[in-house]
Design a protein around this ligand. Structure first.
Ligand code: ADP
Ligand code: ZN
Ligand code: ZN
Length: 828
């Protein structure tokens, strides 16, 4: 903000590429710095935005509207986070304000909302729909438009505007307070004149009421115990006194109330566990030395720690973080899904105690706000969390760890910014002169190629860590069960070899993990007479049968309906479940092993906030014999008594129309295989398949990640796919199919022209438009255009071209959207 101190640039949380200029009233000139949140008028609304360090445009827009209020005295975003979010907006081709919104805790925004109130009664009878709207508003005066439209989907803006124009409804703009606020609690202490024992004795003599005296004595007793300012509730409980008695003593000037901030934190209540010391094995030692050297030199460097499951990667992260903490610097630990990795959090807390904070979306808004503020102020120097934690407001970063870096959950999809947390982590480490450690047993091909080409430093750990006092646990043996030659009786999904292996473990009192990466009972119902299958009315996908509720559900939009009983097409009572979901496996297990205790873990059994922990803890305590579930059961759990891992259908992921299908299937199967046989018990893995000759299984049997990676990389190079190319998907969506297709076509032409003008055109491929794999989702049609640029020197950077094409494309009709996904996780 050089030229004119009275004009500031503000990023708003909207899908708009530009930032906006506002006038700064002179009396606030000192108070506003980049990173501060401000309240500004925007159109007819008021929005919370963030002041960004950008020069004002030339010429200035006029008239300039003024900033209405300043919401922070310390900037919410540091300069470093402003830089990082700016880079993300450029790289992912989205609004800076959208990225900033992702970096701030939710619920802080002050916004104006439009609310509806009843107007005068209609002079003529309104139509049926209008009458329903008027009735709803009469019953819920002050409803937001969004709320109304949730209830009455047909309430179009056109209809509402008509009703407002006639005066039957009133529309009012009101400023909403932020949804989260600092929580305060009242504490009690003696007023200054009564802080000495003598003064307290004197007042005890004077006080007439026994209850008043009891309160004073209770406060004295608490002070002796070291609690000089108990909370109001604590003191009243101790003295068994009423609020009125306390009020009286405050009026008399004996006691006073002070407000103190309460920090809401999900960890505060949990005890800090103890750390078990380990002696590093040579591979661990070598890896740590390389990382430490970069840390000591305060040099930016990215390491790919490629180590098999159980090789001791987590111990390396902990040791590296200790070096960083010794320098007074801070660290971020990213995990794919925090609910599934309670052990990771416990292990870091064992070493770093209450320096560790967690930050994730299952926490309440209050907890997130408080944790965020404590991170911002430096109270917590370490944070563990899923992808969004890469934007945590830590100053002085020395280390960012991305555990299981190949996991798809690091890619944000909806809403924007559609960032990849691993790539943001590497860039953030670069901004800070910090070290970034990417850990995995099966690295993404992107990271693996970067390590091979020397952009990252490759560190390898090929052997499992020795369990304390014993020889190293061996890698589990992997066997295939060929389903082509096995008849499954009565839809029982467990072939005899797998069933026998389970029976054996149950007899020996050992535990079993079963993976079936599909929830529900059966993916599809099909009519045995005519082949009809029930589909979601809003999405082009079949409905999944959930047997317990006897329901059909859409896994994309949540639509649910009762089992129709008979076929809608031919009327036959012949609807049969096809395919296998976790519920169906559970039923088969109960039939085969009625005495076994089975826990099912999938999206349907883990809705509650601590549901994952409860299930995992029960299994860890040995309260169940079999843990059955979707890919959730493959994550970082360490159960020493698990000696068998079974995969009910190992082909599930191979059939997806995605160029990463083989890579992802291998990663998932390796990971779940790693759950078998820790400590001193040998593990066994059984994979049921109809494609036993598939290359994924060939490499899996030998635990040969590198072999598969080489083969896949050669193929990707030849076909021009990532990591040898950069991809972007442009999605065009809207309610009418023909119109969506037409828009997608004209956008593609427009983009090609932009490329032709600015990049010679020839290096950029555009494929499509084609209908998306799920052509219709939530009632909207979707068409995709795939953009592909080779990643070699001399290739034009893709982002500026996409940005230019988006900015110069004519405005879209209402309800139609163009969204952009750079480095998409999959093509669906
Ligand atoms: P990874 O993160 O690679 O899966 P972990 O760090 O979780 O591996 O290590 C697996 C298990 O082995 C843990 O229980 C850990 O405490 C233990 N461990 C790791 N390194 C050693 C070592 N050098 N000596 C003994 N035990 C170790
Ligand atoms: Zn649906
Ligand atoms: Zn039929």
């Amino acid at each position: 903000m050089t030229a004119s101190p009275d004009i500031v640039q503000v990023a708003l949380p909207l899908p708009l590429m530009q930032v906006f200029s506002y006038r700064l009233p002179p009396e606030w000139r000192e108070a506003v710095r980049p990173g501060c949140r401000v309240l500004v008028p925007f159109g007819r609304r008021h929005l919370t935005g963030v002041v960004v360090p950008e020069p004002p445009p030339d010429p200035l827009p006029s008239p300039l509207k003024p900033i209405l209020d300043i919401l922070d005295d310390t900037p919410a975003l540091t300069d470093e986070l402003l830089q990082l979010t700016r880079w993300m907006a450029d790289y992912y081709v989205c609004g800076w304000g959208e990225v900033i919104r992702a970096a701030l805790p939710p619920g802080l925004e002050i916004e104006s909302r439009r609310r509806l109130y009843p107007g005068h009664p209609p002079a003529e009878p309104p139509g049926e729909r209008a009458a329903a709207v008027l009735r709803f508003v009469a019953e819920h005066p002050g409803t937001t438009i969004r709320r109304l439209r949730q209830e009455l989907r047909f309430a179009s803006y056109a209809l509402l505007h008509r009703l407002v124009a006639r005066g039957w409804l009133q529309l009012e703009e009101s400023l909403e307070p932020p949804r989260v606020q600092i929580k305060k609690e009242q504490h009690v202490r003696f007023a200054p004149a009564y802080r000495t024992p003598a003064a307290q004795e004197a007042v005890l003599e004077k006080l007439r009421g026994a209850r008043q005296r009891a309160l004073v004595t209770a406060l004295q007793a608490l002070r002796l115990e070291g609690v000089s300012e108990p909370t109001r509730a604590e003191l009243l409980a101790r003295a068994d006194a009423s609020p009125a008695t306390l009020r009286r003593l405050v009026e008399l000037g004996v006691l006073e109330l002070v407000e103190k901030e309460v920090i809401r934190s999900p960890l505060e209540a949990e005890p800090v566990p103890e750390a078990a010391p380990v002696t590093f094995h040579p591979e661990q030692q070598a890896a740590l030395e390389r990382i430490t050297e970069a840390i000591e030199a305060r040099r930016f460097e990215t390491f790919l720690l490629h180590g098999v499951t159980g090789s001791g990667k987590t111990e390396v992260y902990i040791a590296a973080l200790k070096r960083v903490r010794a320098q007074g610097r801070t660290g971020i630990i990213l995990v794919p899904e925090i609910a599934l990795t309670p052990q990771t959090v416990r292990r870091f807390r064992a070493h770093f105690g209450d320096e560790v904070a967690v930050l994730h979306s299952r926490m309440s808004n209050g907890e997130r706000y408080d944790t965020w503020r404590q991170l911002r102020s430096g109270r917590y120097p370490i944070v563990i969390g899923p992808r969004s934690a890469v934007l945590a407001p830590l100053a002085n970063l020395g280390l960012i760890v991305v555990d299981e870096e190949h996991e798809r959950s690091y890619k944000q999809f909806n809403p924007a910014p559609r960032y990849h947390a691993r790539d943001v982590a590497v860039y953030r480490a670069y901004l800070n002169g910090a070290v970034c450690v990417l850990g995995s047993a099966t690295p993404s091909l992107e990271s693996y190629l970067n390590a091979r080409s020397g952009k990252y430093t490759l560190l390898e750990m090929r052997r499992r860590a020795p369990a304390v006092g014993r020889t190293p646990a061996r890698l589990p043996s992997v066997r295939l069960v060929d389903l082509r030659h096995t008849r499954l009786v009565n839809g029982n999904p467990l072939a005899p070899p797998l069933a026998r292996a389970i029976a054996q473990r149950l007899e020996r009192g050992e535990q079993v993990i079963l993976l079936q990466n599909r929830r529900g009972f059966a993916p599809v119902l099909e009519c045995a007479e005519c082949g009809w299958s029930p589909h979601c009315p809003h999405c082009s996908v079949t409905l999944t049968y959930h047997k317990v509720q006897h329901q059909l559900r859409c896994h994309y939009c949540g639509y649910a309906t009762r089992h129709p009983g008979t076929c809608r097409q031919c009327g036959a009572a012949a609807l049969e479940p096809l395919g296998i979901g976790t519920q169906r496996v559970e039923e088969a297990l109960r039939a085969l092993f009625p005495e076994a205790r089975v826990l099912r873990m999938d999206l349907d059994t883990t809705r509650g906030r601590r549901a994952h922990h409860r299930l995992l803890d029960r299994f860890a305590r040995g309260e169940a014999d079999i843990l059955l579930g979707t890919q959730m059961v493959a994550k970082g759990l360490d159960f020493p008594r698990v000696t068998l891992v079974g995969v009910v259908n190992a082909d599930t992921g191979l059939l997806l129309p995605d160029f990463r299908a083989d890579e992802h299937t291998f990663q998932l199967l390796m990971q779940v295989a790693g759950r078998a046989g820790r400590a001193d018990r040998p593990g066994e893995v059984l994979l049921q398949t109809r494609n036993p000759d598939h290359r994924v299984f060939r490499y899996l049997l030998r635990h040969d990640y590198v072999g598969l990676a080489r083969e896949l990389l050669a193929e990707r190079r030849q076909l021009g796919y990532p990591p040898y190319a950069r991809l972007a998907v442009v999605e065009c969506s809207g309610p009418d199919e023909a119109r969506v297709a037409e828009l997608a076509r004209s956008w593609t032409e427009h983009f090609q022209q932009v490329c032709h003008q600015h990049a010679g055109g020839h290096l950029i491929d555009t494929l499509g438009p084609t209908p998306a794999l799920h052509e219709r989702l939530k009632g909207r049609y979707r068409y995709h255009v795939l953009v592909k640029v080779p990643r070699r020197t001399g290739a034009p950077p893709l982002q500026p071209l996409l940005r230019q094409a988006l900015e110069t494309f004519p405005p879209l009709p209402r309800a139609y959207r163009l969204t952009l996904d750079i480095d998409p996780a999959g093509l669906s």
